[in-house]
Design a protein around this ligand. Structure first.
Ligand code: ADP
Length: 245
């Protein structure tokens, strides 16, 4: 079995000790012979298999229209495979319905290119409304909010509204919303697509920090400079196939 070194950090949201341990890791994501075609006969993926281990940080690259978003949508169950199986943390996504699919989605934090913030809600409200909907107590929400705001560097802007923030700040709110429930899997679909290089780098650094706390992180991008700067494994999507580099 393969292993990964995870340095546990006392300040992290997910760990208690401060040691470097060798922890055996299994798969977080597995695609088994997956094909995804759409109704108009366009295809995104053709008989692809891939395995992403727990604790990995992986970039998914490829030109526009190559199937990067479809790949992520299959992971959180927004799309189902036309053929093959999508397994997340040992669970076949296709077999999940209703509550069980909601439970899986609660364990996945999703970040979108266009932030998807609610304009009439403050930063704090945008970050916490999902937890409220999921029945977390006020006390638990408060306990999580401050460290999450700190992690994304927005503690001083908690009461602002989205239109009072820069694009980079808005994206950091959307990351905070995705991670406040400490999901073990974080999916980011072109999270830097609307950002300049400095803000893009900030976003990637936050995602890397979450990865250092133990989260598995999958980021789609077509920013090759950013990919080169980071030295993480890359899955390239091309002509319906996945190539792992
Ligand atoms: P990317 O994220 O790399 O830009 P997508 O996953 O969005 O690529 O799209 C891959 C292919 O699937 C494209 O040819 C696209 O037109 C097609 N596609 C994506 N979503 C749909 C849909 N809902 N209906 C029909 N075709 C779609």
């Amino acid at each position: 079995m393969s292993t990964v070194n995870i340095t546990k950090d006392t300040n992290s949201q997910t760990s208690q000790t401060s040691q470097t341990e060798k922890i055996p890791v299994g798969s977080m994501v597995e695609l088994r012979s997956v094909t995804k075609t759409y109704a108009n006969n366009s295809y995104a993926l053709l008989n692809v298999s891939v395995n992403i281990k727990k604790g990995e940080f992986v970039f998914v690259t490829g030109p526009s229209g190559s199937g990067k978003s479809t790949f992520l949508k299959l992971l959180y169950g927004q799309e189902l495979p036309t053929q093959g199986e999508v397994i997340i943390d040992d669970v076949n996504v296709e077999k999940l319905r209703g509550d069980r699919l909601s439970m899986l989605r609660r364990r996945i934090g999703i970040v979108f290119q266009d932030y998807k913030l609610i304009p009439q809600r403050t930063v704090s409200e945008n970050i916490t409304f999902v937890l409220q909907a999921q029945g977390y107590t006020k006390k638990e929400i408060q306990r999580r909010l401050e460290p999450t705001l700190k992690l994304v560097g927005l503690l001083s802007k908690a009461d602002r509204f989205p239109d009072q923030l820069s694009g980079g700040e808005q994206q950091r709110v959307s990351i905070a919303r995705a991670i406040i429930a400490t999901p073990p899997l974080i999916l980011a679909d072109e999270p830097t697509g609307n950002l300049d290089p400095d803000n893009s780098w900030q976003v990637i650094q936050i995602l890397q920090k979450l990865n250092s706390f133990g989260a598995t992180v999958i980021v789609t991008t077509h920013d090759e400079q950013l990919v080169r700067k980071c030295n993480h494994p890359v899955i390239q999507v091309k002509n319906g196939k996945l190539y792992r580099k």
